[in-house]
Design a protein around this ligand. Structure first.
Ligand SMILES: Nc1ncnc2c1ncn2[C@@H]1O[C@H](COP(=O)(O)OP(=O)(O)O)[C@@H](O)[C@H]1O
Ligand SMILES: [Mg+2]
Length: 190
């Protein structure tokens, strides 16, 4: 038994050389509470999960699970206590056909004609279309993931530049104009 929140971060910090990936982040997750962590690429989300699961060791600060410090434990020991994670990018191969479709859809924007693109005569153009498609998919993925996360969560945190920039009830965060514009794909053309 434990009193209070199940998972607590107290000024958790992780630096990579001079780069501060997680900048003294504090928060608490209660038992049976679903919490969403959203934010742009490079915000520090994955590193934060690494600190919670022992995959990386915090430079400073504490991680407590059921009132016990876990920041010095090995990942296996943390997992045995019930802290687990899943990973992104588990379906890379199916995504290939998606990116091909998006690149194909971008042909009309390309400088090379459709025929030369189909015949793969213009490799540079093909690379450009694929790079564009990848950026577009990443953006859509970010928006859909953030929307889905806030839809199922009770509470949410928005992480930017290693810090918690915004937090609140998930429903309120989803309505927040700044969140909607930056992470949910509303009110912007992109
Ligand atoms: N192993 C690493 N070495 C150096 N820098 C890293 C490493 N892992 C992540 N970073 C940097 O830390 C920051 C946060 O990255 P990350 O936690 O992956 O963000 P997110 O998951 O929100 O996209 C980024 O600037 C990233 O480049
Ligand atoms: Mg990440």
């Amino acid at each position: 038994m434990h009193a209070g929140p199940l998972l607590v971060l107290e000024k958790a910090r992780k630096t990579f050389g001079g780069l501060v990936a997680v900048d003294d982040v504090s928060f608490a997750v209660g038992e049976a509470e679903t919490v969403a962590l959203i934010g742009p690429n490079g915000a520090g989300k994955s590193t934060l999960f690494d600190l919670m699961t022992g995959v990386r060791r915090a430079t400073a600060g504490r991680v407590l699970f059921a009132n016990e410090p876990i920041e010095r434990l090995a990942p296996q020991a943390i997992a045995r206590r019930g802290v687990a994670r899943t990973f992104q990018h588990v379906r890379l191969v199916p995504e290939l056909s998606v990116i091909e479709n998006v690149a194909l859809g971008a042909h009309s924007r390309g400088k090379a004609g459709v025929m030369s693109a189909i015949l793969r005569l213009d490799r540079a153009e093909e690379r450009r279309l694929f790079a564009h498609a990848a950026r577009r998919l990443e953006r859509v993925g970010l928006e859909q993931n953030a929307r889905a996360a806030l839809a199922v969560a009770d509470y949410g945190y928005v992480m930017e530049h290693g810090e918690i920039a915004l937090e609140g009830a998930a429903g309120e965060l989803a309505e927040n104009p700044r969140v909607a514009e930056s992470y949910l794909g509303l009110g912007t053309t992109h």
